[in-house]
Design a protein around this ligand. Structure first.
Ligand SMILES: [Zn+2]
Length: 304
């Protein structure tokens, strides 16, 4: 699915040849290190490094490609001394690091290659100069099986003590499937999202008058700048020639935070928070829709 590297040109060239259908994403940690090396002195001479980082993170977190362009423009305008590096080194590869694009890819929630580097220390512990690649593979496999066993035991313990009966009653089917087919991370994360989903209001947006019985096609929704994320999701849906069954507005009862969940006519679901796409587990917003849309099937394949 996804390959994460530190922007080494030889790796980039090799990935394109060896894994032609794989998305190549850049490690955020390495990228920030390079940005600091190249731009910190120049930024300090202009608006300051803190200001630079604030604007950079705003662009990084932009909720759509359009919003990214705006925020990137602000960053470059405020830091003209950094323009060359920003526009020549980072902008052309924005699809490989900025959230507006990365959110659509499954990365198991990973944004840096830090986990691989941490794991490398373990490789050195379990392997040595005389260990064959196969031997190393077997040791690592044993290690991850042990980890999984321990984590599953922890999940069972918490299931006994903490899991409230309410959540079990609201999501009996999905929970049974998660427990039967998923690993500890997916079970625990989905369970937590289900718990949090009860703090949201779910409101179905209405279809245009006179067309209530037709499937919802995305260009029926007028664009409002406040809903730029929804607009972006709808553009993606339209580009893939999918049709929409319903759109739900999910609002947090106390903070008022709003997300949109789109249900397609084939019953696939998309949430603008991107958790299902990027991390591969259901989010609280989708869990909230499952409470209202009782005929929406829960298919275990949505959990990656
Ligand atoms: Zn969500």
């Amino acid at each position: 699915d996804t390959f994460i590297s530190d922007k080494d040109p030889a790796v980039a060239a090799a990935v394109a040849i060896v894994y032609p259908t794989t998305r190549h994403i850049l490690c955020l940690h390495h990228m920030l290190g390079n940005i600091a090396d190249h731009l910190r002195p120049a930024a300090q001479g202009q608006g300051g490094w803190d200001r630079f980082l604030k604007l950079f993170w705003a662009a990084y977190r932009a909720v759509s490609p359009e919003a990214f362009e705006d925020l990137w423009g602000t960053l470059v305008a405020e830091f003209p001394g950094c323009r060359a590096y920003l526009d020549e080194e980072l902008y052309p590869i924005r699809r490989q690091w900025a959230w507006a694009w990365v959110v659509r890819e499954f990365t198991a929630g990973i944004r840096t290659n830090g986990r691989v580097e941490a794991e490398n220390r373990v490789n050195k512990l379990v392997g040595g100069a005389k260990t064959t690649a196969f031997g190393l593979f077997l040791s690592m496999n044993d290690r991850s099986c042990d980890q999984c066993k321990n984590e599953m035991m922890a999940v069972r313990q918490t299931a006994r003590h903490k899991h409230e009966a309410d959540i079990e009653q609201i999501f009996p089917g999905p929970l049974a499937m998660l427990r039967a087919y998923c690993g500890p991370f997916a079970i625990q994360t989905c369970y937590r999202e289900m718990q949090l989903s009860v703090f949201y209001l779910c409101e179905a947006l209405k279809k245009p008058q006179g067309r209530e019985t037709e499937p919802w096609v995305s260009n029926d929704i007028s664009d409002d700048h406040a809903y730029v994320v929804l607009h972006y999701v709808l553009l993606e849906v339209q580009a893939r020639r999918l049709t929409i069954r319903a759109i739900f507005k999910i609002r947090h009862l106390s903070t008022g935070a709003i997300h949109y969940v789109v249900v397609l006519t084939d019953n696939r679901v998309i949430c603008d928070c991107g958790k299902l796409m990027n991390v591969g587990v259901i989010c609280r917003h989708i869990a909230r829709v499952f409470q209202d849309l009782r005929d929406l099937p829960f298919h275990i394949s949505i959990i990656r």
